[in-house]
Design a protein. Sequence first.
Length: 573
Amino acid sequence: MKKSDKKSKERPWLEFYDEDGIPSHIEYPDCSMVDMVLQSAEKWPDNIAYTYYGHKVTYKNFVKKIEKTARALKNYGVKEGDRVTICMPNTPEGITMVYAVNMVGAVCNMVHPLSSEKELEYYIKVAESKYVLVIDAVFDKIYRLRDTAQLERIIVVRPSAGLGFLKKKLYNTLHIKKVRLPANDNRVVLWEDFIANSYFYQGNYHEERGGADPAVIMYSGGTTGAPKAVLLSNLNINAESICDGTMIRQIVPGATVLSILPLFHCFGLGVCIHTPLCKGMGCILIPAFSHKQFADIIKKNEPNFIVGVPTLFEALVNTKLKSDDLKSVTAVICGGDALTQTLRDRVNEFLKSHGSDAKIRVGYGLTEGSGAVCLSPENTFADGIIGVPLPDTDFKIIKNDTFKELPAGEEGEICISGPLVMMGYLGDDAETAQTIRLHDDGKVWLHTGDIGYLGKDGLIYFAQRLKRIIISSGYNIYPTHLESIINSHEAVLTSTVIGIDHHYKGQVPKAFIVLKPGYKAGKKIEREIRELLERNVPIYALPVAYEFRDKLPQTLVGKVAFKKLEAEEKSKK
């Protein structure tokens, strides 16, 4: 067998690379995330880096903001290797802080602002973070943690901070409910004062960092469902950007991306923020998505790229637009959850009938893989398709609980290897060892916990998830984590959480609960359980319904038969 034939057999997707002119191997620069953006600014200084409610900032000015923020961080004592928590939606301050933290050689600890207070405490402590950037709406939750988490500085941002003077005044008048900040606590500083104090630091603020250095911490359920801190390197995030640029021909300087997916989401930071900023493109920052405002957002911004989860595209096809309102759209990417054939066809028809030649492409990825690791080729559609791996990312399908590789057509666990694989789980060597493993081929492989297969056509297909997971509006919800919290209530004997269908969110959680003898189901216990969950999980993960039962169905080996509960719920429709 010829060497090229063997290579094609082992990696059959390379034929698609040849058709689309995609390189099978790329040399990645040994640099930091911010260095990539600085290179972009040197090439296209006058291009728009981001737009925020119509306020546009060029790359040249964006770099000035990053540098000023880096000086401010140094002025407040942030050192190389420190972890800075960023608890923000998509605002200019949020993305500026990401690159300023990277510039001073520190690590970004990215957390969801809607996380419960208990979760925020865990995220801050596991990262050993002493500095927090937070949107004012959730400041109170962070402030209550100031002593238990030993916080040294809390930087507070008003959503209007990144707007021009007149727009800021109007925004504050119409939209902002003022959050009161403590008057005599020097650990708390408003963003404007934080930046103004950058003047006092005149030393070095740009630390040289390489690709192997840690850059970002994000959170995933791991293989157990409990929150896990995923440590990603500069190379991980930079490789995502470079590979995206080779896979999507519409990525060109000056194009614009509707940056709705949040920066604390790996798909959001990697694909919707860092990729465009490394390519001279413009990010249209949307801090809070509302399907009611979707039409106005599109009309006002005329984006070239729409990147989102199935929920967003469900909203798109139900948006009232004129026949040419999508003529600017050249690329549409869906990730975060499986895209049904029905929704795919509806989206493509909607794009065509509203002036766009684009057709939706499906991406697949996970936080442990730095975001997207696979993307369907243009104009290639099939049920379950997730496409071809990004350059230098190898896929193989293995038999569950073994390292045995399965032939094309057989379902098994998806494993990936390459520059997108995370550094590991912060502070959890045991979980890291379970997830990242050295195989007999000498390569290190990430076990995804997802089931798929290699098609006869050389494409990768997704079948199901090996671990229990509910995906609601693109967010991962882990039933076992919810169950452990519910079971901690003194009245609960056992519980099971399943995902039930929702017309807009895809799925939402529902809890089935069995109480201990002597306890009676009622509104009081339900309220106590709900309040317990509210203290420990984000709003989007809360069950929408609680059903009390005398017992739960079981499998032959005595485990809860949650699939039977799922079937019961579907039969109610």
